[in-house]
Write a protein that binds this ligand. Structure first.
Ligand SMILES: Cc1ncc(COP(=O)(O)O)c(C=O)c1O
Length: 403
């Protein structure tokens, strides 16, 4: 099984390609939670995520003949970029198989880091199948995204940095997809100080680990559904599961709404861009998905910042809706001059700002002398939303809240 010595060995190799990322105290989250929260900002890592650490360490363990033959892997995301850059830095040829629908920005970034990209299949599973064929056909070494000791050891160097920069840490909180990241970090932490607690976090829509722990063996779930694409995996690995079982104290889940709110809050308050998979750790702290004491020193690892801009805009709207700062309503008015003006007078009386408005007389759901109005509004929180809806109803409008 992976041991602290493996992570310590990985440290020097990893430092050749990766940054020792910042760890900062957060007044905002400490005040909000009552704990003493420090953020491990791994989203500032080269390639935008921690994956370069594990890939660098794995490639460093190749024999000269394996280096000559090159590496291959499949990934739709951060692992692709990590392997691409680590291989290029080591002078090793890399082929990365990405699903055909992989975001163009990620395909470009992976190519720019020096890898050959093969687009194949509709999803990760089909891409991985092709990558294994290339492994067999060309004699390349497959670099697994998580279920590999050298990969886990590389990711574990994050744990060493946390202990170095925040020796007073009580609890480290780590996202879980396939489990390589937490297996490495837990090994580094428990091997150095067994009193530090390690809490793992999965997305509720991809929570295979809770079931695996209950059953005592790796369970694969049928499907995944979460905005945290970096951890949308159907199961953890066999090797990572053994380490997690032994060294992780607790595993919790967070919902997509909680993840979206954590992303928006990090943007607004900490000026920090974090992807869904990177935000689950902070979401678990903020929404108290595990117990902690007043003043407890907690370090959530924010493990990646590669969020698609379309996803980011969706998440921002979801986050605003959850916090009562965005409201979409529908109502029906009489189709007469001034009816819209009367409605708008109520809205402006409560100082809600209109983003968009749609006025439709052709809807089949309304009477011939009615008109349907949909309005997107900027609001100032749940109390403001409640006051506004109450005032509209008091003025005789029947209002449907759409989001
Ligand atoms: C940003 C981010 N966080 C966390 C994880 C989870 O890592 P692991 O699959 O090793 O559990 C991933 C995996 O791709 C990721 O991209």
């Amino acid at each position: 099984m992976l041991e602290l010595a493996d992570v310590l060995d990985a440290r020097d190799r990893v430092s050749e390609t990766s940054r020792h990322t910042p760890l900062t105290h957060s007044y905002t989250y400490s005040e909000m939670t009552g704990a003493d929260v420090h953020l491990k900002l791994e989203n500032f890592q080269r390639t935008g995520a921690f994956k370069i650490r594990g890939a660098t360490n794995r490639i460093a363990t190749l024999s000269p003949a394996e280096c000559e033959a090159g590496v291959v892997t499949a990934s739709a995301g951060n692992h692709a970029q990590g392997v691409a850059l680590a291989a290029t830095r080591a002078g090793v040829d890399a082929t990365i198989v990405m699903p055909e629908n992989a975001p163009i920005a990620k395909v470009k970034a992976t190519r720019n880091y020096g890898a050959k990209v093969v687009l194949h299949g509709i999803d990760y599973a089909e891409a991985a199948e092709r990558a294994h064929e290339i492994e067999d056909e060309k004699g390349r070494t497959y670099v697994h995204a998580f279920d590999d000791e050298a990969v886990m050891a590389g990711q574990g160097t994050i744990g060493l940095e946390i202990l170095e920069d925040c020796p007073e840490v009580d609890t480290v909180v780590v996202p879980i997809g396939g489990g390589g990241l937490i297996a490495g970090i837990a090994t580094a932490i428990k091997g150095t100080n067994p009193d530090v607690r390690v809490v793992g976090v999965q997305a509720a829509g991809a929570s295979s680990l809770t079931r695996s722990l209950e059953k005592g063996e790796v369970v694969s779930i049928d499907g995944v559904d979460t905005i945290a694409d970096g951890i949308a995996t159907r199961s953890v690995g066999k090797q990572t599961f053994q380490v997690i079982k032994e060294r992780v104290d607790e595993v919790v889940t967070v919902t997509d709404e909680q993840i979206a709110m954590a992303i928006v809050h990090l943007l607004e308050r900490s000026k920090t861009v974090v992807e869904g998979a990177g935000a689950v750790s902070l979401a678990a702290v903020v929404f108290e998905e595990f117990d902690y004491d007043e003043g407890e020193v907690i370090v959530p690892a924010l493990c990646g910042g590669n969020i698609d801009l379309n996803m980011l805009s969706t998440v921002i709207v979801r986050g605003l809706v959850e916090t009562g700062r965005y409201l979409k309503i529908r109502t029906v008015l009489e189709d007469r001059p001034g009816a819209l003006e009367d409605l708008l007078a109520v809205i402006s009386g409560y100082r809600a700002n209109i983003y968009a408005i749609q006025h439709d007389r052709t809807s089949r759901d309304i009477g011939m002398s009615d008109t349907e109005v949909e309005i997107d509004l900027e609001t100032r929180g749940h109390d403001h939303v409640a006051e506004l809806l109450e005032a509209m109803e008091a003025n005789g409008y029947e209002v449907d809240v759409l989001v």
